[in-house]
Design a protein around this ligand. Structure first.
Ligand code: SF4
Ligand code: SF4
Length: 167
């Protein structure tokens, strides 16, 4: 009786060792297969860059020459991160229009977007009647301070940024 019990224990012991070896080999073979067979899914950023799809919604740009200060973008924004100020143009001022022929009756004095609050929903660009407000494909604009994420679109630096990234 005792001998039979010892035999069973010994059998179980060797069975466990074999199971350990078998499952280790199986696991390692899967790992090795993936290391040598699978093409890398990562890229060497920033030396290599993905092409961002044309319709993607990244950093916003307002081409202020075509903005009529209608406030529709600010009203549509669900997080209230667009700040606009404007004043009526003098009655005797030269009549000017946007590139799509809309008369410009007000002078834009401030157009700021706080991109640290923006959720890139695209509602502001959808309602813009002159299409002056658009999303660009620029997604590389990390900054050290939250304050630097506020963009003043009347600032020549921001206009220059647009010229740099939009071909
Ligand atoms: S994309 Fe959305 S959240 Fe961002 S400014 Fe436009 S409306 Fe506001
Ligand atoms: S909706 Fe367009 S035109 Fe109107 S204020 Fe906004 S950016 Fe300017």
């Amino acid at each position: 009786m005792n001998t039979h019990h010892e035999e069973l224990t010994l059998k179980k012991y060797f069975q466990n060792i074999w199971n350990g070896i078998r499952t280790t080999i199986k696991g390692l073979s899967i790992t090795i297969k993936h290391v040598y067979d699978v093409k890398p899914v990562t890229i060497e950023y920033p030396e290599v860059r993905e092409v961002i799809p044309e319709g993607s919604r990244s950093r916003l740009f307002n081409d202020v020459q075509n903005c009529i200060s209608c406030d529709q973008c600010a009203v549509a924004c669900p997080v209230d991160c667009i700040y606009i100020a404007s004043k009526p143009r003098p009655k005797d001022a030269e009549k000017i229009k946007t590139s799509n022929g809309t008369p410009i009756r007000r002078e834009l004095t401030q157009y700021t977007i706080d991109t640290s609050l923006c959720c890139y929903c695209g509602l502001c660009t959808t309602v813009c009647p002159t299409e002056s407000l658009t999303h660009t494909t620029d997604h590389e604009y990390a900054s050290y301070t939250i304050d630097h994420m506020k963009y003043d679109y009347l600032d020549p630096e921001v206009v220059a940024w647009r010229d740099r990234i939009v071909k």
